[in-house]
Design a protein around this ligand. Sequence first.
Ligand code: 6R9
Length: 659
Amino acid sequence: MSNATTETIETLLQEARSFPPSPAFAAQANVGDPAIYDEAAKDPIAWWEGWAKQLDWFEPWHTACEFKAPNAKWFLGGKLNATYNCVDRHAAGARKNKTAIIWEGEPGDVRTYTFAELKDEVSRAANALKSLGIGKGDVVCVYMPMVPELAIVMLACARIGAPHSVVFGGFSAESLQERTNDASAKVIITADGGWRRGKVIPLKQIVDDAMTMGCPSVEKVIVLDRIGDGKANMQPGRDVWWHDLVPKQSADCPCETMESEDLLYILYTSGSTGKPKGIIHTTGGYMTGVLATSKLVFDLKENDIHFCTADCGWVTGHSYIVYGPLANGTTVLMYEGAPDTPDKDRFWRLVEKHRATILYTAPTAIRAFMKWGDEYPDRCDLSSLRLLGSVGEPINPEAWIWYQQTIGKGRCPVVDTWWQTETGAIMITPLPGTTATKPGSATRPFPGISAAVLNDEGQDLTAAWQPGQEIGGYLVIDKPWPSMTRGILNDPERFAKTYWSRFPGKYFPGDGAKMDADGYYWLLGRVDDIMLVAGHNISTMEVESALVDHPAVAEAAVIGRTHELKGQAIAAFVILRAGHESTPTLVDELKGHVAHKIGALARPDDIFISAELPKTRSGKIMRRLLRDVAEGRALGDTTTLADPAVVQALKDKYESTES
Ligand code: 6R9
């Protein structure tokens, strides 16, 4: 990003379309007045205290915030319990018989829990953990399918002060072992299996493999019978069935009194050096952040049915299936399986059947839906939807427009939410009742969040920004916020180095951003995804957007490959939409299209038409591996891929096409 000057920024995508909130939406919105931004900015700590007061505390805090980079503490002296706030306080009041969780399994089985029922189930699970000797501070590793028991276990852990470490059910035995050992987990909770595309993922078998490789801290394995074929290979003394342990427990389990800064959970996220980082979140600040953002970003109301399609193995599931919506007393819809099982309309059938009002999903899914065609959403009743959200990666304007038109029927605001595992809660986002949205822009920092764009030397470009100007560089967050991670488990040095050393005293998330003439933020992807082509900065994301804008293109991944003369050359991997053929004419047309959209300097050197792209299990394209392919290197680590065979096939085909 060394050349992130206004000159290169001029070449960035110009997206002129703007969508103000409809008068009907604005009139009923939780926030309809932009004055909220200035109010929060005047005294951010007081603003956050206002939100913290909407939680139930056993004892009030005496100090709202203590911060000396990289260490932050919030609501010191305060005592509370996360589960009390998500469950008990609702079960004790008017929401007692309100549905807390609606769950649908991939085979079509449905279960619902009211807040009162959830309190009983969570308490039984908590007592079960206690009966195994688990108490405050003991780490519980959770390796489960997306069943209600996953949310129940998370809340049971929080109830007794045992930090959970949820490992996504798609990770391998080796990854599970690494995470279990790093956190010294005492128990693993799993299931005999989970459903995915009509097949069983053998979770218990994978836990057994991890245990065989060695998880010395693990004393017990609790196994939920999800598949019901009784096939789990139970090891006497170590393994115990959920149904033998949990139902017999008392439904009475007091909530542990937790300090605001007591650990709530650990969640591993991949790091550029390979070893996963155990990101830690504490109780009071995290709960404050997810409560506030859920309520304002999703405009939560008493009758909403919030459908977040993430898995609880990722931070989005933690913050916007479990802790945020439930703290607000909102009904959540949880789904176990794949979006194309039994057919490509599954999400729309779920929306129709359960009358979901809010849908929160990822651009990668949206692009898949586009590729599959409009017939799938068009044959379902989506009239219950009133708000759409996007998260996980930059959303290209074409996907944004498709989402807004085809799913939202032009009626639902779209909130593109930028945040990270480390930030705990949404950071840059529209407020749907007051922020005019632009396709592809996450718009503005959430009230109380202070962001800036810095240049290579660390100068704050936003401080000097004037309306009408465009600037680009590195995104930083320059004031503490309650839900920020308190660090990397067992590795404070890595924490300081990774996030706080590039721009001392400021949090550097690793993303590039530009600010447009209206002061809107555009997230440009990870800074390692910025290409330097003949001295010009070009975001891979921009070129991808331009490609996907072409009617023949379903999905595109762009990387900078080493080039003798230009430093880097642009290589694009493209998946075509059904009905389009790969021909030299089309390849030329696509190159011309990009040059037309962005400028000649962005014309890709190579376009490689492919059937699939290498993706992580959470759906992120692994550009590092595409760089290996394009640069003719041996493939790097492929263990986090959903299907390592995809990239090998791509490499073979790429090399045979080149020669
Ligand atoms: C919540 C989540 C974090 C990284 C982040 C950024 C990318 C997430 C985005 C986005 C552009 C958005 N990212 N949301 N980029 N626009 N709306 O995804 O957390 O898995 O930790 O990923 O994802 O690059 O730094 P996590």
